[in-house]
Design a protein around this ligand. Structure first.
Ligand code: ADE
Ligand code: ZN
Length: 354
């Protein structure tokens, strides 16, 4: 009797393989689909805007503010994030914030970005909706003209507030309908299930807006089911807790529902205790359409390339994984088909240049 042929032992990635995968990730064009623009406010810009607008901050210096960035969970971060956004008062403030992000995105070879913004954080302080949207739109137009970066805005409802507040926010934003492509759901996840926003999402769907929602960041897999079946979203933001539910993973894989995953955010908000335990590799291996994103880069220690680099290093992702992630970023985007195909082609050409 012949003994069965032994299975090949998996070959571990060498440090050179990993370094090559990191270099590839940095170099190729990518889309970013999960960035809260208020989370791109660097401490230096917070202080500069506070001075320009005469806003008092509860921190003595940039260093003192940065020292406060030691988060234990999502809520501990959100408290500081909303305080940071209090310096934004005028159209130019919103434009300056978004322009600073686009410059960093350009340095990371981001060619398309879909920016979340939280209007309720501003309108609650008396800042008009027009000021927020006009300022952001100015920066988006400038990014397209001067940096060649295309972008879309996605208006997020704060889930710790009521659905009535979300509906009023939608109404206030409708005069600017042409300036945002869709709506999302963010802020404190636990205790605020997607079902709370069923009516406002149904209305947005009727209006032809694209739909996304944060789910399964800190909240249970059931919130991901609700986001899919009750809110009928097209993408899940984060979604990493889907791995606790095999039927959910099967559904996400079968329908290729994109997950906009944010590895450094998950580390800084203690969703994972070590990047080596991050689920990104498992998500890819399960055939899910996962993407890499920066979430709130000024608070979590890095923009898109830093998220790629640290994740590739920690999980020994391969060059094939990196290529898959970059392709996913375009397929999961809300680009029109023609623009998407052009950017995918551009990506393939860039990979071939090795
Ligand atoms: N708002 C800004 N960043 C967020 C995150 N990571 N989760 C939920 N809401 C947010
Ligand atoms: Zn987010």
């Amino acid at each position: 009797m012949t003994s069965p042929t032994p299975l090949p032992t998996p070959v571990a990635a060498t440090p050179a393989d990993t370094a090559a995968a990191v270099a590839l990730a940095r170099r190729i064009p990518k889309a970013e689909l999960h960035i809260h623009i208020e989370g791109s406010l660097e401490p230096e810009l917070i202080f500069a805007l506070a001075q320009r607008n005469g806003v008092a901050l509860p921190y003595a210096s940039v260093a003192a503010l940065r020292a406060a960035y030691a988060f234990t969970d999502l809520q501990s971060f959100l408290d500081i994030y909303y305080a940071g956004a209090s310096v934004l008062l005028h159209e130019a403030d919103f434009a300056d914030m978004a322009w600073a992000y686009f410059l960093r995105a350009k340095a990371d070879n981001v060619v398309h970005a879909e920016l979340f913004f939280d209007p309720q954080t501003h309108t609650a302080r008396g800042v008009p909706m027009a000021t927020v949207i006009r300022g952001l739109t100015t920066a988006c137009a400038r990014a397209r003209a001067e940096l060649g970066i295309s972008s879309h805005l996605i208006l997020c409802f704060l889930r710790h507030l009521s659905e009535e507040d979300a509906i009023a926010t939608l109404e206030a934003a409708l005069p600017f309908r042409e300036h945002f492509i869709g709506v999302g759901l963010d802020s404190s996840e636990r205790g605020h299930p997607p079902t709370k926003f069923e009516r406002v999402f149904a209305r947005c769907r009727e209006l032809g807006l694209r739909l996304v929602a944060h789910a399964g960041e800190e909240g249970p897999p059931d919130y991901i089911w609700q986001a899919l079946d009750v809110l009928r979203v097209e993408r899940i933001d984060h979604g990493v807790r889907c791995l606790e539910d095999a039927a959910l993973v099967a559904r996400l894989a079968a329908e290729q529902v994109p997950l906009t995953v944010c590895p450094l955010s998950n580390l800084k908000l203690c969703v994972v205790s070590d990047l080596a335990d991050h689920p990104m590799k498992r998500l890819l291996d399960a055939g899910l359409c996962a993407t890499v994103n920066s979430d709130d880069p000024a608070y979590f220690g890095g923009y898109l390339n830093e998220n790629f680099a640290q994740t590739v290093q920690a999980l020994h992702l391969t060059r094939a994984d990196v290529v898959q992630l970059a392709r996913n970023s375009f397929t999961a985007s809300f680009l029109c088909d023609e623009h998407r195909q052009a950017l995918l082609k551009n990506l393939e050409q860039s990979i071939e240049k090795e």
